[in-house]
Write a protein that binds this ligand. Structure first.
Ligand code: GDP
Length: 365
């Protein structure tokens, strides 16, 4: 999974990105790769995997990974080629979801590009660039569909829908909120690579003081929430500076530090969790002496396709899945005990994998 961090200059993107890369470098006991300077990889925290590691003492511990791309350089006019312009937009095209850092902290020393703190204005500035770029794409589709409609009337419905979409975008609204009227429309829509249709999380970057106070009462935070509510997006209050401070602490120190602030999880962990929710993702686990590992799938995935995540042979030659839930395994203390109690189920092709299932696939090729 790949997430793109965007935002105007001086809102705290690099600060958050540094926290991410430091946190990734800290968890050094899994294969960690630095790909490019603007890409950071972190492990998806999963307490179940830790418990399995205690039980199996495996040679290898492999959490699910999430990739963050720092997409710097967005300024007003990017869609018309200003700043890094089109390069910026093509980076966004490649991500599964957008993390939009919005400045909600006041600091006279740190210049705001538009002179004052204004979350609503900032969000609109960035969203408009994505929308402008989408209008160009929709225009090209309209041309194509109109030509096709001359030969075949069935394309008229597509032209009508695209015109409606264009109108929606021209109102300054993101494609995310566009109403689709039929399955046919859904299909056409999902085929258009629209930037403003990507799932988005607004990271409201607050000062240390505001963050440790009552977040809900912060007017800047409320502004971000109002916008998110209208487009069914998510908001996460965060303090990028605090994340940066704790990123290179040991796990124990970090937990202690967070506890003192009355927090359960770091902002980064909460961000990852939100992304999973937003994208409808869950994890299943495999466990043995060789390796304990988490695998990310979309909610609703059936057993053979889940097996295909491990290897395509597992999917092709799928016979059955032997499954125990995490809670059952922990209650029994070992796989053998779980089997004895009849808690290891045999499931077939139609089984929908559940979050936290511990699975052994049987296959034959
Ligand atoms: P970018 O241009 O969006 O990448 O912004 P930076 O991450 O470089 O941050 C710009 C400035 O704001 C830096 O001096 C940061 O130290 C500061 N900054 C970032 N996050 C916070 C925060 O949560 N609180 C405060 N007070 N300053 C912050």
């Amino acid at each position: 999974m790949k997430l793109g961090i965007v935002g105007l200059p001086n809102v705290g993107k690099s600060t958050l990105f540094n926290a991410i890369t430091n946190a990734g470098a800290q968890a050094a006991n899994y294969p960690f790769c630095t790909i490019e300077p603007n890409v950071g990889v972190v492990a998806v925290p999963d307490y179940r995997l830790d418990k399995l590691a205690e039980m199996y003492e495996p040679d290898k511990y492999t959490p699910a990974m999430i990739e963050f791309v720092d997409i710097a350089g967005l300024v007003k006019g990017a869609s018309k080629g200003e700043g890094l312009g089109n390069k910026f937009l093509s980076h966004i095209r490649e991500v599964d979801a957008i993390v939009h850092v919005v400045r909600c902290f006041e600091d006279g020393e740190i210049v705001h590009v538009d002179g004052s703190i204004g979350p609503k204005r900032d969000i609109e500035t960035i969203n408009l660039e994505l929308i402008f770029s989408d209008i160009d794409i929709v225009d090209r589709r309209i041309d194509r569909a109109s030509k096709a409609a001359k030969g075949d009337k069935k394309f008229l419905a597509e032209v009508e829908m695209l015109e409606r979409l264009k109108h929606h975008l021209e109102e300054g609204l993101s494609a995310r909120g566009f109403e689709l009227l039929s399955d046919a429309e859904k299909e056409i829509f999902s085929d258009i690579p629209l930037l403003s249709a990507k799932p988005i999380i607004y990271a409201a970057n607050m000062s240390e003081g505001d963050f440790s106070g009552n977040v809900e009462e912060n007017p800047f935070y409320q502004e971000v929430q109002e916008i998110a509510a209208t487009e069914k997006s998510q908001v996460l209050p965060i303090c990028a500076k605090l994340e940066e401070d704790i990123a290179d602490m040991s796990r124990e120190d970090k937990l202690m530090f967070l506890e003192e602030l009355g927090l359960e999880k770091s902002g980064l962990d909460r961000l990852i969790q939100k992304c999973y929710e937003l994208l409808g993702l869950i994890s299943y686990l495999t466990a043995g002496k060789q390796e304990v590992r988490a695998w990310t799938i979309t909610r609703g995935t059936k057993a053979p396709q889940a097996a295909g995540k491990i290897h395509s042979d597992f999917e092709k030659g799928f016979i059955r899945a032997e499954i125990v839930s995490f809670d059952d395994l922990m209650a029994c203390g070992s796989m053998a005990a779980a089997k004895e109690k009849g808690l290891v189920r045999l499931e077939g092709k139609e089984y929908v994998v559940q979050d936290g299932d511990i699975i052994l696939f049987r296959f034959n090729v």
